[in-house]
Design a binder for this molecule. Structure first.
Ligand code: TPP
Ligand code: MG
Length: 800
């Protein structure tokens, strides 16, 4: 049927149509009421910050009619109406998020970890197995940094193309022949970000089913469109991406955000094109407003003219929808007014219930704490401080765990002289409460751990010595043959099989979907990986060189690294990032920005295999887990000779375990990646000087030495040198911190722990540039010798 353009997939009669329109009206007014009350709650101090979907309700309710089970959204903080329409977010959940309720039963999006307006749906069951994503509408977990939803959107849409074009076993939970759409939403101003343009270009090249809606309210906080976008119009700017009869591209639709029938027509058209033909679509939704301003911080009256504010009042999409319903005789004004009043009541009650649910467990702890204090007060002769603490607890204006614990913990040192069973109970209570609460804020940084095992590479008597890259290639070949969900892609990965030939011939063997070339666009290469991993595939995304990780470090950090944590483990993207690094030549080709990666990528494993057999073993281990990881292959090892294992694809290296490469009793030298070769050579030199060094390959920076084996070595040698080609205070500082904090090595050392790293600048070009920029054999030998000299000058007299 086509009532005023409403053209949803099922045929319906006029009465059903009217019902549907009225239901839409109910949803948008309820959503609006939640925003209004939410903003007030923040002003009352009950929430820290509020950002809401007011002014964007109508396009979302229209979009909802075409959003099917199996589809995915990758959007931003304005999308509450869509989730409400889909029954995924109710007003109580909405307010629970505003209060940061830590219980997932009440705040199912992130258990209070994300600020409100950041949504998701569960992709995993409690036991870590996949839910049936085809039986639900899916929302990939929102992030705050503007446009960071874009890279992942490309991957979510690309997954449909993969599922349509190749046969994949056990894929029923993820796709029905690739008919799923990835729905993107973004604010007009956020389209100024580079990632937006990168993602649009990638989607146009890939021709994938993505519908990109731009909610255009003409502002990005206070900055108007003429300062954001050329020609002040993103659809005009993007017109070069439009498809023609001869060339693939985007369908571009422009529509007013207050015009319900036009919106329905726009999304109906967009859906068909994207779902059936896999043509990407941009829907530029213009003439939207922000009735409550950008967020709870500040008001838009500060930067919008009276004329603009008047225009916004008149073009409020909810108001225009109401007018349209009345003028088309779909419903009378009294009924609509009643719906609005009911919405206010529902929102108000939901707010009260959500607040009560949030406060109840805290109040229980408050009472328990008071009881402990009371018991101590009664047992103590000098009880002034306890009395003061009780009075503070009695007079709290806000009841939160912080206040309760902080008052109690501040009291502890003040009553150090008081010894009584009641005090022991009090201290135990503080400990138990803290232990119970901490995981609510700190758990699930990493995916559920599956302990990896060591299946040693086996070698036949006649096993050949080959270039390391052959081992990688043959291992990938085996993996691709056994795991039909595995895809490998990146710059130069397809046709030529990788810049170091680790994928040689594999595109010919497995086709252009499974082993593919991409454009030079690191952020969306990662986005392809994240999105496809969220839809059940096993992507390996290649970043050509370690130095270029900087181009995608933001998305790795903000999206992938935080995914398990921010979703409370309800979503995972087991993406493997393959890259190569250490010790090439020059400023942009031999950096080892490990410190930066270690600090920015917590949540992602960071692995540094010293050769290609270890690298292959790590890939084999990772593919058994659900944990994202970066594997840095050692650049100068592709052409070093390694023996060919007979159990290719099967052998594994345990993740987070060190390997002792040389036994010794005088000093422990630890390193990883390319510097290991230098350390090994240096240890041979040291042997000639009667110094027997134990050389340890860390192999895995995150996680770090899970079995705490380095400590055992230091117990024996009592001396430590860390060799790292990162800058001073980078990777080496992290390694020492791990050893001090987690392995308690301080008391085991007979002398100061030494850190040998590169110079502070990026490495200079050429052989001499390398020698003078990064630690070399002489540096290692001299550093160790000096340490031995300080320890035993008689045996090791000064050499300088
Ligand atoms: C990378 C980054 N820079 C700045 C911000 C702060 N910020 C949050 S929202 C916003 C404006 C976004 O405007 P727009 O994309 O038009 O969306 P709207 O809020 O108007 O719906 C800004 C600057 C951010 N979240 N991320
Ligand atoms: Mg805007």
């Amino acid at each position: 049927m086509s009532q005023s353009g409403l053209n949803i997939s099922k045929k319906i009669n006029y009465n059903q149509y009217k019902k549907l329109v009225i239901q839409d009206f109910k949803t948008i007014v309820l959503s609006r009421e939640c925003s209004i009350i939410g903003r007030r709650e923040v002003f009352l101090g009950k929430g820290k910050f509020g950002i809401f979907g007011d002014g964007k309700e109508l396009p979302q309710i229209a979009m909802n009619h075409f959003f099917k089970n199996g589809d995915f959204r990758s959007g931003y903080y304005r999308d509450q109406t869509l989730l409400m329409a889909q029954g995924i977010l109710n007003p109580e959940n909405f307010f629970a998020a505003l209060y940061a309720h830590t219980d997932l039963d009440y705040e199912p999006m992130s258990g209070g970890r994300q600020m409100g307006g950041h949504f998701l749906t569960k992709s995993l069951n409690e036991d870590g197995t996949w839910r049936d994503l085809m039986k639900q509408k899916n929302h990939s977990s929102d992030v705050s940094p503007t446009a960071s939803q874009m890279p992942r959107l490309v991957g979510l849409a690309q997954a449909s193309k993969v599922y349509r074009n190749i046969k994949i076993s056990k894929s029923k939970k993820f796709s029905d022949n690739g008919n799923e759409i990835a729905w993107g939403t973004i604010g007009n101003a956020s389209t100024s970000e580079g990632m937006f343009f990168e993602a649009i270009n990638a989607a146009g090249v890939l021709q994938i089913p993505m519908i990109m809606s731009v909610w255009d309210d003409e502002y990005g906080i206070s900055v108007p469109n003429d300062l954001q976008t050329t020609k002040s119009s993103i659809s005009e700017v993007l017109s070069g991406f439009e498809k023609t009869s001869k060339k693939d591209g985007f369908e571009i639709i422009r529509v007013n955000g207050w015009d319900y029938p036009a919106l329905i027509r726009a999304y109906s058209k967009a859906e068909k094109i994207a779902r059936i033909d896999h043509i990407p679509v941009i829907v530029h939704v213009v003439e939207l407003t922000q009735p409550l301003g950008h967020s709870s911080s500040g008001s838009h009256e500060r930067y919008k003219s009276d004329k603009r504010l008047k225009w916004e009042n008149e073009h409020d999409c909810n108001l225009k929808f109401k007018d349209w319903i009345i003028s088309n005789n779909i419903c009378d004004i009294q009924t609509l007014n009643k719906i609005e009043l009911d919405a206010i009541e529902v929102a108000r009650k939901s707010k009260l219930t959500a607040w009560k649910n949030y406060q109840n467990p805290i109040k229980i702890e408050l009472e328990r704490m008071k009881t402990h204090l009371k018991n101590m007060y009664e047992a103590s002769s000098d009880s002034k401080q306890i009395k003061l603490a009780i009075s503070k607890l009695n007079n709290l204006s806000v009841i939160e765990y912080r206040e309760i614990l902080s008052i109690a913990r501040s009291l502890v040192p003040l009553i150090s002289g008081f010894n009584h069973q009641t005090k022991k109970d009090f201290i135990n209570y503080i400990k138990t409460l803290s232990q119970n609460l901490q995981p609510k804020f700190s758990s699930k940084l990493y995916s559920k751990e599956i302990k990896s095992e060591l299946i040693k590479p086996q070698y036949s008597n006649d096993s050949k010595l080959v270039d390391g890259r052959i081992i990688l290639r043959d291992n990938f070949d085996y993996l691709l043959s056994k795991n039909d969900k595995l895809l490998i892609f990146g710059e130069d990965c397809g046709k030529i099989g990788g810049v170091n030939q680790g994928l040689e011939g594999l595109q010919d063997k497995y086709g252009e979907i499974r082993v593919s070339d991409t454009g030079i666009r690191e952020a969306t290469i990662i986005g392809q990986g994240i999105g496809m991993a969220l839809r059940g595939l096993r992507p390996i995304a290649e970043i050509q060189y370690l130095d270029y990780m900087l181009y995608c470090i933001q998305i790795l950090s903000d999206d992938l690294a935080s995914l398990s944590y921010r979703t409370h483990g309800q979503q995972v993207a087991p993406l493997i990032i393959r890259t190569r690094g250490h010790r090439l030549e020059g400023i942009w080709h031999s950096g080892s920005p490990m410190g930066g990666m270690i600090n920015l990528l917590r949540g992602i494993y960071l692995l540094t295999p010293r050769n290609m057999t270890v690298a292959a073993g790590m890939y084999n281990s990772l593919l058994k887990m659900n944990q994202p990881a970066v594997v840095i292959e050692t650049l100068n090892a592709y052409r070093l000779k390694e023996r060919v294992p007979s159990n290719m694809g099967v052998f594994t290296y345990p993740i987070g375990e060190i390997e002792i490469l040389k036994q010794g009793g005088d000093i422990t030298i630890i390193s990883y990646g390319a510097t290991l070769q230098i350390v090994l050579e240096a240890s041979n030199e040291l042997q000639k000087l009667n110094i027997n060094a134990e050389v340890i390959d860390i192999q895995s920076l995150i996680p770090f030495d899970l079995s705490k084996q380095i400590k055992e070595s230091i117990k024996k040698t009592n001396k430590l040198l860390i060799v790292d080609e990162d800058m001073p205070g980078g990777g080496s500082a992290y390694i020492l911190q791990q050893l001090l904090d987690d392995q308690n090595i301080y008391n085991l050392l007979d002398s100061e722990p030494k850190l040998l790293s590169a110079k502070e600048h990026r490495p200079a070009y050429g052989t001499d540039g390398d020698y003078f920029s990064k630690p070399n054999i002489n540096d290692v030998v001299e550093e160790v010798y000096q340490l031995m000299n300080e320890f035993n000058p008689e045996k090791f007299p000064s050499i300088f």
